[in-house]
Design a protein around this ligand. Structure first.
Ligand code: GLY
Ligand code: MN
Ligand code: MN
Length: 490
């Protein structure tokens, strides 16, 4: 008994110390990624190999790169978050030179203490084995000499290249080099023969199949993914709620963006799923407005805020439109309620078996009728001027996530996001000009219906106005005016 208690205590201590204090502990587990590779393998054609490359490092200017973001398919299958790597997954077991059998192999960037001092820790091949659970993990510089006969496979599956990977670093084993090595080994047709090749495949290269397989896999979320998505959605909702409380006329679009993004960071969301859209007044009519430059918001205008926290790779996609002054004008409320009614019409049929197209048709029906009643349009087709986008997409590792866009199935996570955008001079009556409303929520498709994941963020005009009356902790966060502070004096 005593021995067992000691053992349990020791185990608990080891578990505590085994956790890396530099990292959050709720990333997807290596076993989860391994299982995803197995699911992919099951869907691959007989005697095939699938080849995936890490995302490119993209240069911003001079010696500064954009923040690195792993390719979502690569991340899904590996958990690896560094650049310059290639993954091969085989349908059948392959024989290693030492006689052992394997059905997956990864080549990753090598450890390099000097580079790591500048740009951060690397897993290296040993870390990839240990922390990501790969039995066959090598340095990317070894890929060149990796002996593989791609012509022996019935199909070589990969995503085609868009020629946007530059030979910047000229390092052996960098992404450019890995792609070149692969092209050589797989007899990839070079530019002059590429169009012929695409029309009439002459070899075993297949750039289509992986799209279908990855759409199937990624479109249906596992419980582990749902846990991360729920966090991303809740964090994004809290951002909307805190902005509702903090909103004051005269704030800038950028400041509003900053409040949302501060909340995201406060809850450890490391990234944004897409650049934040924060548009006051007419700027809300620009569907993907990301300039966010307007210096002072007018109390009479609406502000459209479409933001998604990305939590451990998974992103929310939520839009709220609120009155800067805290109260909707009668015209703003009429348009708002119409968009809300459109969203609710789609929510009623948001369940397994419904087609994506039916969701859109439900929103369009309501918006057509409503715009005609308000005399904003004469004929239904004119609606496209005011509601020019689709209403629904998957979310996950991408904001417009992979998935089949046919029929809703259990454990898909989708958005419903109707909107109306009335630009200047597009209606006879100017009272509508500059009103832009989008309401976007995230839903988990359940066995018999859907779960409204983003309901924490108020959605009706009454609930928004009530939330905007609440005090905000930021009411007391007063910063000095920039032109009234002097270096060295505080
Ligand atoms: N945030 C982009 C979209 O709503 O689809
Ligand atoms: Mn969306
Ligand atoms: Mn959105």
């Amino acid at each position: 008994m005593r021995f067992r208690l000691t053992s349990i205590l020791t185990l608990a201590l080891i578990t505590v110390f085994a956790q890396n204090p530099n990292m959050p502990s709720d990333f997807l587990r290596k076993e989860w990624h391994k299982e995803r590779r197995q699911k992919l393998r099951e869907k691959m054609p007989p005697n095939s190999v699938a080849v995936f490359f890490a995302n490119a490092v993209r240069n911003r200017s001079n010696d500064v790169d954009y923040t690195y973001h792993q390719d979502p398919d690569f991340y899904y299958l590996t958990g690896y978050r560094e650049p310059h790597a290639v993954l091969l997954i085989f349908k059948d077991k392959q024989k290693a030179p030492n006689g052992s059998l394997y059905d997956e192999i990864i080549f990753v960037q090598p450890r390099n203490p000097i580079m790591e001092m500048w740009t951060g820790r690397r897993l290296g091949n040993l870390g990839t084995k240990d922390q990501l659970g790969f039995e066959q993990a090598f340095n990317n510089t070894d890929f060149k000499d990796y002996n593989i006969d791609f012509s022996s496979f019935s199909q070589v599956l990969f995503f085609d290249f868009f020629n946007d990977v530059r030979d910047d670093a000229r390092d052996k084993g960098d992404l450019y080099d890995l792609i070149e090595q692969f092209k050589n080994k797989a007899n990839y047709p070079r530019k002059e023969t590429l169009s012929v090749q695409r029309e009439q495949p002459q070899n075993n290269l297949n750039t289509q199949v992986l799209t279908d397989i990855m759409d199937d896999l990624r479109g249906i979320k596992t419980p582990e993914e749902l846990e991360l998505l729920r966090k991303a959605v809740m964090i994004s909702c809290i951002g909307q709620v805190e902005v509702m409380k903090a909103m004051k006329p005269g704030m800038s679009e950028r400041e509003v963006q900053g409040i949302h993004e501060y909340v995201f960071k406060k809850y450890q969301a490391e990234d944004l799923g897409y650049p934040s859209i924060v548009g006051g007044g007419h700027n809300g009519c620009i569907l993907h407005y990301i300039d966010n430059y307007k210096p002072a918001l007018d109390p009479k205008e609406l502000i459209l805020m479409d933001l998604g926290a990305e939590y451990h790779g998974y992103t929310a996609d939520i839009t709220r439109t609120i009155p800067v002054g805290g109260k909707f004008s009668p015209e703003q409320k009429q348009i708002y309620d119409l968009v809300l009614a459109a969203q609710e019409e789609a929510m009623k049929i948001c369940k397994p078996g419904t087609r994506f197209g039916e969701l859109y048709e439900a929103t369009a029906r309501v918006i057509n009728k409503g715009l005609a009643e308000l005399k904003i349009i004469d004929k239904p087709t004119d609606r496209h001027l005011y509601y020019p986008h689709g209403c629904c997409h998957h979310i996950g590792l991408d904001v417009h996530d992979r998935g089949t866009y046919d029929v809703l199935q259990e454990n898909m996570v989708i958005t419903i996001e109707p909107g109306i955008y009335i630009q200047e001079n597009t209606t006879k009556d100017p009272k509508w000009w500059g009103i832009a409303v989008r309401i976007e929520d995230d839903y988990l498709i359940t066995k018999n219906g859907c779960e409204h994941l983003s309901s924490f963020a108020p959605r009706t005009t009454e609930a928004i106005e009530a939330m905007m009356m609440q005090p905000s902790p930021l009411d007391k966060f007063l910063l000095p005016e920039l032109n009234k502070v002097t270096p060295g004096k505080n």
